[in-house]
Write a protein that binds this ligand. Sequence first.
Ligand SMILES: CCCCCCC[C@H](O)CC(=O)SCCNC(=O)CCNC(=O)[C@H](O)C(C)(C)COP(=O)([O-])OP(=O)([O-])OC[C@H]1O[C@@H](n2cnc3c(N)ncnc32)[C@H](O)[C@@H]1OP(=O)([O-])[O-]
Ligand SMILES: NC(=O)c1ccc[n+]([C@@H]2O[C@H](COP(=O)([O-])OP(=O)(O)OC[C@H]3O[C@@H](n4cnc5c(N)ncnc54)[C@H](O)[C@@H]3O)[C@@H](O)[C@H]2O)c1
Length: 310
Amino acid sequence: MAFATSALVRSLSTSASRQAAIKHVTVIGGGLMGTGITQVAAQSGHNVTMCDVSDDIVQKGLARIQDSLKRVVKKKYKDDPTAGQKFFDSTMENIRIDTNVERVAASTDLVIEAIIENLDIKQKLFSSLDKVAPQHTIFASNTSSLPIKDIASTCERQDRFGGLHFFNPVPVMKLVEVVRFGATSNETFQSLTDFGQAVGKTTVSCKDTPGFIVNRLLVPYMMEAVRMLERGDASAKDIDVAMKLGAGYPMGPFELTDYVGIDTCKFIMDGWHELDPDQPLFKPSELVNKLVAEGKLGMKSGEGFYSYKK
Ligand SMILES: CCCCCCC[C@H](O)CC(=O)SCCNC(=O)CCNC(=O)[C@H](O)C(C)(C)COP(=O)([O-])OP(=O)([O-])OC[C@H]1O[C@@H](n2cnc3c(N)ncnc32)[C@H](O)[C@@H]1OP(=O)([O-])[O-]
Ligand SMILES: NC(=O)c1ccc[n+]([C@@H]2O[C@H](COP(=O)([O-])OP(=O)(O)OC[C@H]3O[C@@H](n4cnc5c(N)ncnc54)[C@H](O)[C@@H]3O)[C@@H](O)[C@H]2O)c1
C-alpha cells in the first residue's frame, strides 16, 4: 500500500510540476478558435497573450471574448453577481493582446496556434518561433485536419510538439483531442493532456491521422450533406431539421458549416483531396467553392448557407 501511495504521490507531483511549468500561454490567431482558447486558458488562471496580424483583429477578438465571458457569468453566477464580476475581471486581467508574435513567444511556456488552415503558413510561423522561443516551450496546433508531423517539420523541437484540437465554441464544447506524432515526447504529451484538463476539458488522445477522431467521422457526414443539397435531393433547411430531430444533433450540417466557417471547411476538404485525390468523399464541392469565392463564409461573414444579417 505504501509503495502504491508513494507512486501515486510521485505521479501527481510530476503532473502538478508540469502544470506549474505552463504559466504563460501564447495563442496565435484571434479568430473563432483563438479567442475561445484564450478565454478558457485565462478563465483557468493562465496568463495568456493572444496574437494576430493586426491590432484591429486582436481588439475585435478581445471584444468577442468579453461578450462570451458575459454569457458564462450570466449562467454560472446568476445568483451571485459580485462573484460573477470578480470572475470576469480576474479572467480579463489574465489576457494580453499583441501583434508581435516573435517577441511574445520569446518568454512563453506553451504556444497554441489557431491560424488559417494552411500548411505552408503554419509551417512558416512555427519555423520562425522555433528560433526565438525558450528551449522548454511546447508548441501545439489546433488544426482541424493537417498532419501534426507536417506542421512540425520546419521545427527543431519535434519532441516538444503536439496537437491540441479544441471544438467550437470552445467555452462550451467539453472535448480536446490531444494528438502526438512519432517524435512527440511522453513528457510533452502528458503536459498537453494536463493542460487540456486544467482548462476544464475532457481529453482524448489519438494518432496523427487525418481528422484525428471527430473530424474523421464528421467531415464525411457534412460533405455528404453538401452533395445531397447539390443533387437537389432536399433543401438545406430540411436536411438540418432532419438531422436535429432524426439524429438528435444540436445543429444540422449546414448550420454547423456556417458556424465553423465555410472557408475552414473548404481548406479541410482541399487538403484531404490533395492527400487522396481518388477519394470521392473529398472531391471539391462547386457549391462550397462558389460560396467562399463570393465571400459567403457563414456566420463570421454574415452569410453562408443561411443569412445572419440583422
Ligand atoms: C466540412 C468540414 C466540416 C468539419 C469542420 C471541423 C471544425 C473543427 O475542427 C471541429 C469542430 O469544432 S466541429 C464543431 C463542434 N461543435 C458543434 O458541433 C456545436 C453544435 N452546436 C451546439 O452545441 C449548440 O448549438 C451551441 C452550444 C453552439 C449553441 O447552443 P444552443 O442551445 O443551440 O444556443 P445558445 O442558447 O446560444 O447556447 C446555449 C448556452 O451555451 C452557452 N454558449 C453558447 N455559445 C457560447 C459562447 N460562444 N461562449 C460562451 N457561452 C456560450 C450559453 O451559456 C448559452 O446559454 P445562454 O443562457 O443562452 O447564455
Ligand atoms: N472553426 C472551427 O470550428 C474550428 C474548430 C477547431 C479547429 N479549427 C482550426 O483552428 C484554426 C483556426 O480556425 P478559425 O476558425 O479560428 O479561423 P478564423 O479564420 O476565425 O481565424 C484565423 C485567424 O488567424 C489569423 N492569421 C492568419 N495567418 C496568421 C499568421 N501568419 N499569424 C497570425 N495570425 C494569423 C487570421 O487573421 C484570423 O484572425 C484552423 O486551423 C482550423 O482548422 C477550427
